[in-house]
Design a protein around this ligand. Structure first.
Ligand code: GDP
Ligand code: MG
Length: 139
């Protein structure tokens, strides 16, 4: 059975460009409830750890630098079928392929600076949420 929790980050470019409100509005209007939320900045070491699954991919070094280049906004989100529905709401990794009406279509600048992260499985949603939030930060 699909879980009801996913995890997202608003990435450094989108935060720097003042799109926290616009993106959060699309998330809430998409039927997601914000369970936990914080603005924070990853060190390169923490970003490297978060994206460890990608460490063999050619873009890993650039991605770690980018994700630690400025503050991000991390959120745990709740909705039925959260992981799959959120992947639909954010759109394709490459904004050139993202569908109309998706967050990445509206806010992504490039395949790297693509505005938001979204968990790819229930298991990773738990791991990623736990990476940022303690139990007393979730409501
Ligand atoms: P996602 O699940 O849609 O975010 O995509 P992936 O898990 O495949 O990749 C993680 C993140 O790495 C993406 O969101 C992008 O920020 C970045 N990324 C993915 N593919 C590329 C690429 O080909 N080049 C660069 N520079 N960054 C990439
Ligand atoms: Mg991914």
């Amino acid at each position: 059975m699909a879980g009801n929790i996913t995890f997202t980050m608003i990435k450094p470019d989108a935060v720097a460009d003042n799109h926290i409100g616009g993106i959060t509005k699309m998330i809430e209007e998409g039927g997601f409830r914000v369970v936990a939320m914080k603005k924070t900045k990853l060190t390169e070491e923490r970003a490297g750890k978060f994206y460890e699954v990608h460490k063999e991919r050619p873009f890993y070094g650039d991605l770690v630098k980018y994700m630690s280049s400025g503050p991000i906004v991390a959120m745990i989100l709740e909705k039925d079928n959260a992981v799959e529905d959120f992947r639909k709401l954010i759109g394709a990794t490459n904004p050139a392929q993202a569908e109309e009406g998706t967050i990445r279509k509206k806010y992504a600048k490039s395949i790297e600076a693509n505005a938001v992260h979204g968990s790819d499985s229930d298991e990773n949603a738990q791991i990623e949420g736990d990476f940022y939030f303690s139990a007393d930060e979730r409501f």
